[in-house]
Ligand binder design. Structure first.
Ligand code: SF4
Length: 245
C-alpha cells in the first residue's frame, strides 16, 4: 500500500490491524509513553480566523515556510479586511515563501469573503456556539479547507478535545495498526476520534507530531530508539537491542 508522506510515496505494510475495541487502550498507552518521552506540551491559543489562514498556508510545506509566508502577509496587510481588499497577485507575492502561492492566495481570499458573508464580520468567533461536526461541515464547504484544517482550528483555537490527523499522525496510526491499511487520513480521523482519552487529544496530536518528526519519520524511522516499539505493527520496523519482532 502507498500513502503520501511529505510529498513522496511511502510504502506502509502492517500486520492485521488491532480490533476496534482495543483501540482506546492502545491509544491510551501511546499517550502515556509519549508524555513520558516528551512531556505534556503547551500551546498558545490562536484566534480562529488567524488559525484558518495559517492552516491554509501550511498545506504541503514546513512550519518555517508557512510562518514566513504568514508574517510577510501580516506585515504587508495588517488587517484581514486589507487582505480581502487586496488583489490576488499582491497576496500571492506576500505568501510566496509558503509555496503554492497561486492556489493558496485564492483560497485565502475566498475564505475571508466567505467568513464575512457567513458571519457578518471578519471573525470566526461565531463558531464557538457550534458543535464539532457542524464546524467541520461548515469549514470544509470552503475550497482549500479540509477536515484536517477544520480539526486543527477546533483543537487549537476553540479548545475542543480533538486530535487532528495530518501526514505524521496518519503514518503513525497506520504503523501502529490503529486503522487498516489503505485508510485515508480523513477516515483515520473519524476512526480514532472516539478512542482518545478524555482531555488528551490536542496535546497528544502535538506529541505525535514531535514523534513523527524525530523518531517515526517517513523515511528511515529510528526504530532502534523508539519508545513505542512493543506497540508497533509495522512489518518493516527495525530491531531493537535485546528484542525480537
Ligand atoms: S518501531 Fe519504528 S516504525 Fe514502529 S512506531 Fe517506532 S519508529 Fe515507527
Amino acid at each position: 500500500m502507498q500513502t503520501n508522506c511529505g510529498g513522496f510515496a511511502l510504502a506502509v505494510k502492517t500486520k492485521e490491524p488491532i480490533k476496534t475495541v482495543e483501540t482506546s487502550s492502545k491509544i491510551e498507552t501511546v499517550v502515556q509513553l509519549l508524555e513520558s518521552e516528551f512531556g505534556i506540551p503547551n500551546w498558545r491559543r490562536k484566534d480562529p480566523l488567524d488559525e484558518l489562514i495559517l492552516t491554509i498556508l501550511s498545506q504541503n510545506t514546513n512550519d518555517r515556510n508557512r510562518d514566513n509566508g504568514y508574517v510577510r502577509l501580516r506585515n504587508q496587510f495588517p488587517t484581514w479586511a486589507e487582505v480581502l481588499d487586496a488583489p490576488i497577485s499582491a497576496i500571492e507575492e506576500a505568501i510566496r515563501p509558503a509555496g503554492l502561492s497561486n492556489q493558496k492566495s485564492t483560497s485565502i481570499k475566498g475564505a475571508l469573503a466567505w467568513v464575512k458573508e457567513r458571519f457578518g464580520s471578519l471573525s470566526l468567533q461565531g463558531l464557538r456556539s457550534l458543535e464539532n461536526d457542524e464546524v467541520i461541515q461548515l469549514l470544509t464547504s470552503q475550497k482549500g479547507v479540509g477536515v484536517k484544517t477544520a480539526a486543527v482550528l477546533l483543537a487549537f483555537s476553540l479548545d475542543r478535545d480533538l486530535c487532528p490527523v495530518d501526514t505524521h499522525v496518519h503514518r503513525i496510526a497506520l504503523r501502529l495498526g490503529w486503522v487498516k491499511e489503505g485508510t485515508s487520513a480523513e477516515k483515520t480521523f473519524t476512526a480514532i476520534r472516539s478512542s482518545m482519552p478524555e482531555g488528551k487529544a490536542a496535546s497528544f496530536h502535538l506529541n505525535l507530531l514531535k514523534f513523527g518528526r524525530t523518531i517515526c519519520t517517513a523515511r528511515s524511522p529510528k526504530c532502534e530508539v523508539c519508545p513505542l516499539w512493543d506497540d508497533c505493527q509495522y512489518l518493516e520496523k527495525k530491531p531493537q537491542p535485546f528484542k525480537v519482532s
